[in-house]
Unconditional design. Structure first.
Length: 711
């Protein structure tokens, strides 16, 4: 492929994007593609010392520089525009970096005129932190200038699931999203003696390091205040701040002087190459207390060097760090930050162990070879969409999972499931439908998934014709026996069903897959650019769509080996039935989103809905009691940076502590989520949701008053 990356500047002062773009291009070139970069010579108020009238190279990749001019904050360059207009047709696909700049709008315009597909990488510009800055100006600009560039893109590249979720939540309909993280190069040993020669004050010190641009969102003020606490307790601790000043350097130095830390803090400016490697290798801990990072390159580099890290929830890869045991994740506050830094600075063995874990994570997940392969698939998808092709099919290895010993009797009935090649005209997907007395809903659900090569109905010994309907439709029926403890129906199915295919799609009997969603599923499976996809739900209640129900994202399509149900510790509650209530599937991989929603419509009427929610209320009451006993665990700013699943968990911990919850729920649904626009059905639904909350409150009161195990 011939690939062109367009970016506002490659000056090191602009941090991660300026270094990531050449690295992306170099990795793609190593896979045999012709890759070029087009950019400006902007470097703050000055200009890079680069040729603007002839070809140059960066990381072995051809680079075209053109002069920047007023307004510099817009990275305006008529020279770059002329070059793009002349040469864009020579490329198969463009990768455009950043939003709200001249090159974004103009490169997209040239692509549309030439019929060349393009990918946009927003660099976190659609995250809440950045959207709050100059909100009105950005809204007007997006509406008048850049909105079309956004809508017409063949895809969006996000570097983390959190960044993708922020964009979807705040902008709704967007082009297809691809979560492709950044890579990090192995960090060489570095010459620490040379660094000590330049900065002798670092000798014999326990180094706490910040690496990155000195900008407001990275909250260096909190880090300095936290370090003051650490310095008082540890005389060997020394804070190193390495990075170009982007507006807060002067105030930071003043804060250091005010706290009397002049001899305990070194501000080294921008470090690259060997000095940077030496600093990372010899630091005890690297800290990044940022409000917003769409990835966190400096943190990933520190992990690659084998150094432990401390990050806040605003760093998008904080979940991976926490899961791998590669560092400590803290709220955006001085106290927790100081405690975490002090813990690692004072415990060399703990820090070394976390450093090893981080290095293993970086080497397994964030290599440029993997990134280049993901980018390649993304470009192929963009080109295929432009041509009207479905894209490159992904290989589908056979699935095979071992049985759960405690459920061997149920597993035996599934041994007859065939393992064959995909039936012509079918998709290599196993659809799993969960049922209990669903003879009214099941026929439509089965009819909507006839495209699937395998359909398994996991039933709870229905007393109506549910099983007969499933068998008549060609589905395999597995009867599930819940013994009052252990995994419930969905978790058991995911653990034990001998899936014929790599991909699984979970469906309730009162849900329908529309033809449009089926087409998206086909593209997602064939493309294979993510490991799982969230699907929204279009909810119909009493014969009408209730729009206040949306958005309601759930992970439904995923590679079965990479999915698991979260454990909330509430599996064994009496009176709650044999199926999970609000547990979510947790994905150990890359997550995407499908645009078309599931159709959710229960044909059995209101009585089963009320019966079902009475059981749900029992489960919720126990969950409320559990969450009341646990700390919220995150501050207001950190909350905004959480992924969807963690955000819901935090909101629940806050919600269970609020008074007047039934009334609040009605107001949230009927007013905040505009249920008043959904007619009488919307009113009834919102009232019933308030009643549901009241039922939970009553059962919670009963639990806390009597101490009983069930309600």
């Amino acid at each position: 492929m011939r690939i062109l990356h367009v970016i506002g500047s490659l000056a090191p002062r602009y941090g991660g994007p300026s270094t990531a773009a050449p690295a992306m291009c170099g990795a793609l070139a190593a896979r045999g593609h012709h890759v070029e970069i087009a950019t400006t010579d902007m470097d703050g108020s000055g200009a890079l010392s680069v040729p603007v009238d002839q070809a140059a190279t960066t990381a072995g990749v051809p680079v075209t520089y053109r002069p920047v001019h007023w307004p510099r904050s817009y990275a305006a360059s008529l020279g770059l525009g002329c070059w793009l207009r002349r040469y864009v047709e020579e490329f198969d696909v463009l990768h455009i970096h950043s939003l709200y700049q001249f090159h974004t709008w103009y490169a997209a315009r040239c692509c549309r005129r030439a019929g060349v597909p393009y990918i946009l990488r927003p660099h976190g510009a659609l995250n809440p932190y950045h959207l709050r800055e100059h909100r009105l100006r950005k809204a007007v600009y997006m509406s008048l200038v850049e909105g079309r560039a956004l809508r017409a893109a063949a895809g969006m590249q996000y570097t983390s699931t959190a960044e993708h979720e922020h964009a979807v939540r705040h902008h709704g309909q967007l082009p297809t999203g691809f979560v492709v993280p950044l890579g990090v190069d192995p960090v060489p040993p570095g010459q620490f003696d040379e660094l000590l020669h330049r900065h002798p004050e670092l000798a014999g010190r326990t180094l706490v390091t910040f690496l990155g641009r000195l900008t407001a969102k990275k909250r260096l003020d909190l880090l300095v205040d936290a370090f003051a606490v650490v310095a008082a307790a540890d005389q060997r601790a020394h804070l190193v701040v390495a990075g170009p000043d982007d507006g807060v350097g002067q105030s930071l130095r003043a804060r250091v002087d005010t706290l009397g830390l002049g001899g305990r803090v070194s501000m080294l400016g921008l470090l690259t190459g060997d000095p940077k490697a030496a600093l990372l290798r010899h630091s005890r801990v690297v800290a990044l207390p940022s409000e917003d990072e769409s990835f966190g390159v400096a943190v990933a580099e520190a992990m690659s060097a084998g150094t432990a890290v401390v990050v806040t929830e605003g760093v998008a890869i904080h979940q991976e760090i926490e899961a791998a045991g590669a560092g400590l994740v803290v709220p955006l506050a001085v106290g927790p930050l100081a405690k975490a830094v002090r813990t690692l600075a004072g415990d060399e063995r703990l820090a070394a162990g976390m450093g090893r874990n981080g290095q293993a994570l970086a080497r397994s997940r964030w290599t440029w070879e993997q990134v280049a392969a993901d980018l390649e698939r993304m470009y192929e998808d963009a080109i295929a969409r432009r041509r009207g092709d479905p894209g490159r099919p992904a290989a589908v290895p056979p699935g095979d999972t071992g049985p759960d010993e405690r459920m061997r009797q149920m597993t035996a009935q599934m041994e007859t499931l065939p393992t064959t090649a995909v039936t012509p005209g079918k998709l290599p997907v196993t659809v799993v439908i969960f049922t209990l007395d669903e003879e009214k809903n099941l026929p439509d659900a089965l009819a909507s998934v006839q495209w699937a090569d395998a359909v398994v109905v996991v039933d709870s010994h229905s007393t109506d014709r549910t099983a007969d309907i499933a068998v008549a439709a060609g589905a395999k029926v597995v009867q599930f026996d819940y013994r009052g403890q252990g995994p419930k129906k969905m978790e058991w199915s995911l653990r034990n069903l001998p899936f014929e295919h790599e991909w699984v799609f979970l469906l309730d009997a009162d849900e329908r897959v529309t033809p449009q969603l089926r087409a998206e599923i086909a593209e997602a499976v064939e493309r294979g650019s993510a490991d799982g996809y969230c699907v929204d739900r279009e909810f119909h209640f009493m014969g009408r769509e209730v729009r206040c129900f949306r958005p309601n994202w759930n992970l439904r399509l995923f590679r079965h080996r990479l999915g698991r149900f979260e454990d909330l510790g509430l599996n064994d509650l009496p009176g709650t039935g044999d199926i999970e209530v609000h547990e979510h599937v947790v994905l150990d991989g890359r997550m995407g989103f499908l645009d078309t929603p599931l159709l959710h419509d229960d044909d059995r009427g209101l009585t089963p809905w009320l019966t079902r929610h009475n059981k749900y209320a029992t489960w919720e009451a126990h969950l409320y009691r559990k969450f009341r006993q646990e700390p919220v665990g995150v501050g207001p700013l950190g909350f905004l940076r959480l992924d969807a699943l963690r955000r819901k968990r935090v909101l629940r911990r806050v919600w269970v502590r609020l008074p007047g919850r039934p009334l609040l729920r009605f107001l949230i649904w009927y007013v905040g989520r505009r249920g008043f626009l959904d007619g009488r059905q919307g009113f009834f639904f919102c009232v019933l949701m308030a009643y549901y909350e009241l039922t939970i409150s009553a059962k919670l009161f009963e639990l806390e008053s009597s101490g009983q195990a069930g309600a």
